[in-house]
Design a protein. Structure first.
Length: 206
């Protein structure tokens, strides 16, 4: 009974959510598009002609935002475990980023080209065991940071979703070692009750 009630409450919140309604009316694949747009408008991450890697891209709303803002001269590579409906000018890779084979394919696509911006909205499949889910979330963030550290051009930027909890401060300290500036962002489209926060590393160190 409790699960049914909570499911109904979530559905009611979802269908009445103004960001969900805006996403539908404006043609975005999910409300998450507004999170990236708000951060971009504040921090000016996306510019025409950039090379951007989008990790954890499904259903593709961040990728939509990126593709529009980097334009035809930009390059967007998006990766997710789930299939993503194609978008013009975007290279999609379906696979598990935690596997070496997927990292190797992504690196092969880049062909040694430096990246201007790495985005990671990855989140683990939720088990319901808080300590396990938090550890998995931090692990994904660390993998994304490792990729960014190895592939960003000097001065490049990195935006990653992290959940506050065990390991968060240690991960934040890791990021500070790789970037000249570190910000924490909580977009308005991020639900208040969610512990998610976006860490933004600006100016990758050479």
């Amino acid at each position: 009974m409790k699960r049914t009630k909570s499911g109904k409450a979530w559905m009611h919140e979802h269908v009445t959510d103004p960001y969900v309604q805006r996403a539908k009316s404006e043609g975005w694949r999910s409300r998450a598009a507004f999170k990236l747009m708000e951060i971009d408008e504040r921090d000016r991450l996306l510019r025409p002609g950039q090379t951007v890697v989008d990790l954890g891209a499904a259903p593709g709303s961040w990728t939509q935002v990126v593709a529009r803002r980097v334009g035809e001269k930009g390059r967007v590579i998006a990766l997710d475990l789930l299939p993503v409906e194609p978008l013009p000018g975007v290279e999609f890779i379906q696979g598990d980023f935690t596997e070496d084979a997927m990292l190797a394919e992504l690196e092969a696509r880049l062909g040694g080209a430096p990246v201007d911006l790495v985005l990671s909205d990855m989140a683990p499949n939720i088990s319901g065991i808080e300590t396990v889910d938090q550890a998995r979330s931090i692990h994904l963030a660390e993998l994304a940071l490792d990729f960014a550290a190895n592939h960003l051009k000097p001065g490049g930027n990195f935006l990653v979703k992290v959940f506050q909890g065990e390991g968060f401060m240690e991960f934040r300290a890791q990021m500070q070692g790789h970037f000249k500036v570190l910000h924490a962002r909580k977009p308005k489209a991020s639900r208040d009750r969610s512990s998610e926060v976006y860490l933004l590393g600006l100016g990758a160190r050479a």
